[in-house]
Design a protein around this ligand. Structure first.
Ligand SMILES: NC(=O)c1ccc[n+]([C@@H]2O[C@H](COP(=O)([O-])OP(=O)(O)OC[C@H]3O[C@@H](n4cnc5c(N)ncnc54)[C@H](O)[C@@H]3O)[C@@H](O)[C@H]2O)c1
Length: 367
């Protein structure tokens, strides 16, 4: 390898780990901002030049995540090589003339990004490169999420809500949480909402009903092919006719489909999208992240559970601290794991397999 190529690789790595000496930051005022009685919420989006960001930023700006009356200051963070691209994204946000956006800050500097942040969407992550094994990938991401966890600890509001989207999301969230001792651990989540939404969409399609009538299908475990979509406690409302509530299992009445086709379709959906689109899911991932934060911040509808990966409190035998997907409810920003659900032997075995996988990821990442 030439010296120039080696320097470029080093610079890229240093940038991804947030280590470059000269931080960049530029503010864009939004001339279309309509002042409100509410203070703007500071929302950080990392990986702000990436595919998911290019969908989610515009959903956030439209008020889909924190509500139509909540002004927002957007902090867009990416690596130093993307500073120019960040400004292009900021210009597009201004051109959309969103009244809710008070200002846009483009930066490659953690302190500028995370200072007094209310919500952080940690989307940027190192993708697997050619010849890179899983352990190398886990270690490279551990460096990024160690740095971001420390910055959140040092600069963000203590009440910050952190959602890790960048893969391996559960282990990255665990690492960020471990590096932020002054922030309550329960405020570090990872995203399994895309798996939840995929499961709900598959069930609704099979039943030929709209997805809002399918409730409480659960995702247990890790955001990986090992995760388990579980319909044992799920229901379909107004099925077979208005006023009736029917269990998903009996409404579908096809255990073979539920146990095999359904589970595999949900688990392998990410790969199927990459194969068909040539790129990983982006708009659906953005929608899922918006759903996750909206339900966390504004509350889940009464009687409804959603899949959230969060540090285990020991529920269902999952070791304390492991960032694991559970059925959750949220009330005024406080998330609770739904307790005491009876689990089938298969479900218990699937939970154990996910615990094993996450323990192994942690070990490979050096934690
Ligand atoms: N949890 C889920 O359900 C889910 C779903 C889809 C994708 N993902 C993951 O989300 C991540 C982002 O996907 P994408 O399609 O937007 O990727 P992308 O490659 O289009 O964009 C990633 C962006 O992150 C930036 N980046 C890299 N390191 C960074 C760092 N240290 N700080 C800030 N920015 C950094 C890159 O420069 C790039 O702009 C990937 O890890 C992907 O696997 C997760």
């Amino acid at each position: 390898m030439s010296i120039a190529a080696a320097e470029l690789r080093l610079e890229r790595f240093a940038g991804q780990a947030g280590l470059l000496a000269k931080p960049y930051a530029r503010e864009f005022a939004n001339p279309h901002y309509t002042a409100s009685t509410k203070n703007p919420a500071v929302v950080v989006v990392t990986g702000a030049c990436g595919n998911i960001a290019y969908s989610i930023i515009f959903m956030i700006a439209q008020g889909e995540m924190l509500g139509a009356d909540q002004p927002i200051e957007l902090r867009l963070l990416d690596i130093p090589q993307m500073a120019n691209n960040l400004e292009g994204v900021a210009m597009e946000i201004v051109d959309c003339a969103y009244p809710l956006i008070s200002k846009i800050v483009c930066t490659t500097d953690y302190k500028t990004a995370f200072s007094d942040a209310d919500v952080a969407l940690l989307i940027g992550a190192k993708p697997r490169g050619p010849g890179m094994d899983r352990a190398d990938l886990l270690k490279a991401n551990a460096a990024i999420f160690t740095g971001q966890g420390k910055a959140i600890n040092d600069y963000a509001k203590k009440s910050i809500k952190v959602l890790v989207v960048g893969n391996p999301a559960n282990t990255n969230a665990y690492i960020a949480m471990r590096n932020a001792p002054n922030i309550p651990p329960q405020q570090f989540h990872a995203m399994t909402r895309l798996d939840h939404n995929r499961a709900t969409a598959q069930l609704a399609a099979k039943l030929k009903v709209s997805p809002d009538r399918v409730k409480n299908a659960i995702i247990w475990g890790n955001h990986s092919n090992t995760m388990f979509p579980d319909v044992a406690h799920g229901v379909v409302v107004d099925y077979p006719s208005k006023g009736h509530v029917t269990s998903i299992r009996s409404a579908i009445n096809d255990d073979a489909w539920l146990q095999k086709t359904f589970v595999e379709t949900v688990a392998l959906r990410g790969g199927a999208i990459i194969k068909a689109r040539g790129k990983s899911s982006a708009a659906s991932a953005a929608k899922a992240a918006v759903d996750h934060i909206r339900d966390w911040a504004l509350g889940t509808p009464k009687g409804e559970w959603v899949a959230m990966s969060l540090p285990s409190d020991g529920s269902y035998g999952v070791p304390k601290g492991l960032v694991f997907s559970f059925p959750c409810v949220s009330n005024h920003g406080v998330v609770q794991i739904v307790q005491s659900l009876p689990l089938s032997e298969e479900c218990k075995a699937r939970i154990a397999a996910n615990v094993k996988e996450l323990e192994e990821e942690k070990r490979q990442a050096g934690f």
